[in-house]
Write a protein that binds this ligand. Structure first.
Ligand SMILES: [Zn+2]
Length: 473
């Protein structure tokens, strides 16, 4: 019985608590209505005028609601008179109150809270800030996340303007840059990859109703991104007198190497995992290894297939990590070699076209032996033709086992890495290739990591990674 009474009493308290809060919110709303009344046009306003007036005042309303709730629900922390020092346990008296204004997506929230300082340990704290989990700096986590979301889509300047226009919150483009760096700092491929459970779910979806295991394609490819060398970094503001000197650096295009795992579902591609970075072949190999070691690739429930062009390093990594994968030489890359031969041998004649078509058809039918023999029997018409024929022969012969296109087709394997182009476009081109934008390596890699997270469907998770202590808003 006593227990029931306690519950009832708690309920009454909670009820009373809420009634008081409601009362306070109503008062707040009333004050806001006074502002609205003053701001509305005196004669019958248009819908546009009503909307514009409310839009201009909306943050005061929503921020005010948030502020009222915070004040009401953390009354004890705001009125706290003493606290024990977290280090030495001395009882510290409250100082202040110290005002602080923080900005959230719903508006500004004013805090007034006591400060506790231990003169022995030389440490101070604001218990209210901790209770509220307030971020360091004025702009709170939700604003930072919105800023990063926008900045991974459009240039920092535009992102800053758009955020201001749509939310009423001012975040400078430099700050956007800082937040983005902060979120992307040290991201690894495993952190932006979907979980194994999620990957399994996608595999099951594609496998449903099929007898054969679905084909999981691993495409490896590069895309060029505009870069600037480290030496182009400006001097620090303290050395401003040097800044008038014209930049001496030259921009360059650097290769962002990437891989993408994707499932084939008929003509459709089901994305699984992408990772692109400006880095060396070895580092790409290490990233692939991390994916494998994290157990992300369900090798037992799929038929893994790797598509690449002739680059030796690609096959080296694949052989080491996924020795049982079906290796496919990109058919369209072969076609380029054949076109070169045709151009050198027959120039731009009809004969050139016919030769390419006939040869490609043979390859398509899986007759690489015929193609190699045909190349051998060709009478080169020039030194250039001789070279093109030789190159083509060496290329096809070296990758002979990867050109069984007829078998591949029957097995439902792809012949080209068509899935890489859309990934390159979304991850590398859309955000990094902007007129006048030349990226430092670490900035481009951070942006690429975030773009990959968006592509992989893990962006929200990446945004919510535990805060990094060095953020400074
Ligand atoms: Zn102390």
């Amino acid at each position: 019985m006593g227990c029931a009474e306690v519950i009832a009493l708690d309920q009454v308290r909670a009820r009373k608590h809420w009634t008081t809060l409601r009362q306070q919110l109503h008062e707040r709303f009333d004050r806001w209505l006074d502002q609205l009344e003053a701001a509305l046009p005196e004669v019958e306003p248009t819908l546009g005028q009503v909307s514009e007036t409310i839009w201009a005042l909306r943050q005061q309303l929503t921020g005010g609601v948030a502020e009222t709730i915070v004040h009401h629900t953390h009354r004890e922390e705001q009125q706290r008179a003493h606290m024990p020092c977290p280090t030495c346990a001395r009882l510290l008296p409250a100082r202040g109150p110290v005002p602080r204004c923080v900005e959230t997506m719903v508006g500004a929230v004013e805090l007034e809270r006591p400060y506790f300082y231990c003169q022995v340990c030389h440490t101070g704290s604001y218990p209210l800030d901790e209770a509220l989990d307030v971020s360091t700096g004025r702009l709170q986590r939700d604003v930072q996340q919105a800023a990063v979301d926008l900045a991974t889509e459009v240039p920092y300047e535009t992102a800053s303007t758009l955020l201001g226009r749509l939310s009423g919150i001012t975040v400078s483009s430099e700050r956007m840059h800082t937040f983005t760096n902060h979120v992307a700092d040290g991201l690894s491929v495993v952190e932006v990859a979907p979980s194994r459970a999620e990957i399994d779910r996608r595999v099951r979806q594609v496998a449903a109703g099929r007898i054969r295991r679905p084909v999981l394609v691993l495409g490896i490819d590069g895309a060029y991104v505009p870069s600037r060398p480290e030496s182009a970094r400006g001097r620090r503001p303290g050395q401003a007198r040097h800044r008038a000197r014209r930049a001496r650096w030259q921009h360059e295009w650097r290769e962002a190497k990437g891989f993408r795992f994707y499932l084939l579902d008929g003509d459709r591609i089901v994305h699984v995992l992408s990772w692109h970075q400006v880095y060396s072949e070895d580092e790409l190999g290490k990233a692939l290894q991390q994916v494998k070691e994290a157990g992300l690739i369900p090798e037992d429930t799929v038929r893994l297939c790797v598509i690449g062009d002739g680059a030796e390093w690609i096959w080296k990594h694949v052989q080491a990590l996924f020795p049982h994968a079906c290796q496919v030489l990109d058919y369209y890359h072969c076609a380029e070699y054949l076109h070169k031969v045709a151009k050198a041998q027959y120039s731009d004649s009809l004969q050139a076209l016919q030769w390419v078509e006939a040869t490609l058809t043979r390859l398509y039918m899986g007759k690489v032996g015929w193609v190699l023999g045909g190349l051998r029997r060709m009478q080169p018409t020039s030194a250039e033709a001789l070279k093109a024929i030789d190159n083509c022969w060496v290329y096809l012969n070296g990758h002979r086992s990867r050109t069984h296109y007829r078998t591949f087709r029957r097995g439902g394997y792809p012949l080209g890495s068509g899935g890489m182009e859309s990934a390159n476009k979304f991850i590398c081109h859309v955000r990094l290739k902007r007129s006048g934008a030349w990226w430092y390596e670490d900035s481009s890699n951070q942006m690429l990591a975030l773009r990959c997270a968006k592509y992989n469907g893990t962006f929200e998770r990446v945004l919510r990674r535990p805060p990094h202590p060095k953020v400074d808003a």
